[in-house]
Design a protein around this ligand. Structure first.
Ligand SMILES: Cc1cc2ncn([C@H]3O[C@H](COP(=O)(O)O)[C@@H](O)[C@H]3O)c2cc1C
Ligand SMILES: O=C(O)c1cccnc1
Length: 354
C-alpha cells in the first residue's frame, strides 16, 4: 500500500497554475501585491487541478508516539506527559485543541506508538508498537514497523479526505521527539549532532550536552543510509514521525494540500520527500519554528515558511494557524473582482516594472 501510494503521487497541474496566475494578474490590485497569498493560490491550483479551489473541510492530524531515547535524559518532561497531553488534546484544552477550534478544523489524535496501553476516549487507536527503542543504543524500530506506521498515516489522511476534508495539517506529540528529528536532519543533511540539535522543550546546557551525545551515538551506532529513507526512519526516527510522513504522502497521492508544522513534522516531511521527491510540491510550510535546525530542514526541502511567530510548541499549532491564510488565498481567487468585472481602469502596461 505504501509503494502504491508513492507511485500515485504526480506532478502539479501546470495548466491550472497558469490559469490561476492569469486570473490573479487580472484582479483589481497592483501586480503581485498579495505576495505569498498569491504564491499559495497558484500552488493550490497546481495541487488540486482547479484554478479556483474551495476549502470544504479542514483536519489537523496529530500523531503521537513515545521514544526510548528519553532514557538518556534528553527532555525536560517525563515520558508520561505524552499521554497526558493527548488527553488534554481530546478535551480541547491543549494548544492545538484551542487553535484547531479557532481554525474550525477537525482534530484527529492518533496513537501510533505511545507506551501506555490505556485507551483514551476520542483517540484513534493505531498503535504499531509501544514506543521506540533507544536510538543511542540501537534502531528505533524495524523496517517493517516503519512501513506499518507510514501506512497508518496514509490511511488516517485518506479517511479524513474521504470524510470531506480537503486541507490537512500535521501535528506531533511525543516527549523526546526533537531528538530523533535532529538525528533525521543530521542523517539527510550531513550535519553534525551539534549543528542539528536544538533545545526542544528548553533544555539547559547540561541536558543539551546529553542530547547532542545521544544523537552523535545514534548516528555512529546505527549508521543510517541517507540514500535509503526507510533506513533513516527505522533506525533513528520515531513512530509518530513515520505516521506523519504517511499523512503527507497520503495527502499528496490524493492531490490534497498538507500544512507542515514545526521541527518534528518537518523531519517527517524530509522522510516523505526522500521517499517521493514529488510529494514536496503538496506541502505548505506553515511557520518557522524557534527550534534550532528548523531552517536547515526547510532549506533541504526548499520550502519557505508562511508565518514567523517564534512558536516552538509543535502539536500542529503553527499549521492550524496557517489554515486560515490558505483559505484566504482561495477566497481571493473566488471572490475578488477583475478590472473588467469591477469597472476599474486598466493599469498602464508600459509603466509596470518588468
Ligand atoms: C507540556 C508539554 C506539551 C507539549 N506539546 C508539545 N510538546 C512538544 O515537546 C515535545 C518535544 O520536545 P522534547 O524533545 O524536548 O521532549 C513533543 O511532545 C512536542 O510535541 C510539548 C512538550 C511539553 C512538555
Ligand atoms: O518546532 C516544533 O514543532 C517543536 C519545537 C520544540 C519542541 N516541540 C516542538
Amino acid at each position: 500500500m505504501l509503494y502504491q501510494t508513492i507511485k500515485q503521487i504526480g506532478e502539479l497541474d501546470r495548466k491550472a497554475m497558469e490559469e490561476a496566475q492569469k486570473r490573479l494578474d487580472s484582479l483589481i490590485k497592483p501586480p503581485g501585491s498579495l505576495g505569498v497569498l498569491e504564491e499559495i493560490a497558484v500552488r493550490l491550483a497546481g495541487i488540486t487541478g482547479k484554478a479556483k479551489p474551495r476549502v470544504q473541510g479542514k483536519s489537523v492530524i496529530v500523531m503521537a508516539g513515545d521514544h526510548g531515547v528519553v532514557d538518556e535524559g534528553v527532555s525536560v518532561a517525563p515520558r508520561e506527559v505524552t499521554v497526558q497531553m493527548m488527553q488534554a488534546m481530546v478535551n480541547g484544552v491543549a494548544g492545538i485543541g484551542v487553535l484547531a477550534r479557532h481554525a474550525a478544523a477537525r482534530l484527529v489524535v492518533v496513537d501510533v506508538g505511545v507506551l501506555t496501553p490505556v485507551a483514551l476516549q476520542g483517540v484513534v487507536q493505531r498503535k504499531v508498537r509501544a514506543g521506540t527503542g533507544n536510538i543511542a543504543a540501537g534502531p528505533a524500530m524495524s523496517r517493517d514497523e516503519a512501513v506499518q506506521a507510514l501506512e497508518v498515516g496514509i490511511e488516517v489522511a485518506q479517511s479524513e479526505i474521504d470524510a470531506g476534508s480537503n486541507l490537512l495539517a500535521t501535528g506531533d506529540m511525543g516527549i523526546g521527539n526533537t531528538t530523533p528529528s535532529s538525528a533525521i536532519l543530521a542523517a539527510f543533511g550531513g550535519y553534525t549532532a551539534e549543528e542539528a540539535t536544538g533545545r526542544g522543550t528548553m533544555v539547559n546546557d547540561e541536558v543539551m550536552k546529553l542530547k547532542i551525545s545521544a544523537i552523535a551515538r545514534a548516528l555512529a551506532k546505527n549508521r543510517p543510509d541517507p540514500e535509503d529513507a526507510l533506513d533513516v526512519l527505522a533506525k533513528v526516527g520515531g513512530l509518530e514521525i513515520a505516521g506523519l510522513a504517511g499523512v503527507i504522502l497520503g495527502a499528496a497521492a490524493r492531490r490534497t494540500p498538507v500544512l507542515i508544522d514545526g521541527f518534528i513534522t518537518t523531519a517527517a516531511a524530509l522522510v516523505a520527500f526522500k521517499l517521493q521527491p514529488k510529494s514536496r510540491q503538496y506541502m505548505i510550510a506553515s511557520h518557522l519554528s524557534g527550534e534550532q535546525g528548523h531552517r536547515l530542514m526547510l532549506d533541504l526541502l526548499d520550502l519557505r515558511p508562511v508565518i514567523h511567530l517564534q512558536m516552538r510548541l509543535g502539536e500542529g499549532t503553527g499549521a492550524a494557524l496557517t489554515m486560515s491564510l490558505v483559505e484566504a488565498a482561495t477566497k481571493i481567487m473566488r471572490e475578488m473582482a477583475s478590472f473588467d468585472e469591477a469597472g476599474v481602469s486598466d493599469l498602464e502596461e508600459d509603466k509596470i516594472l518588468k
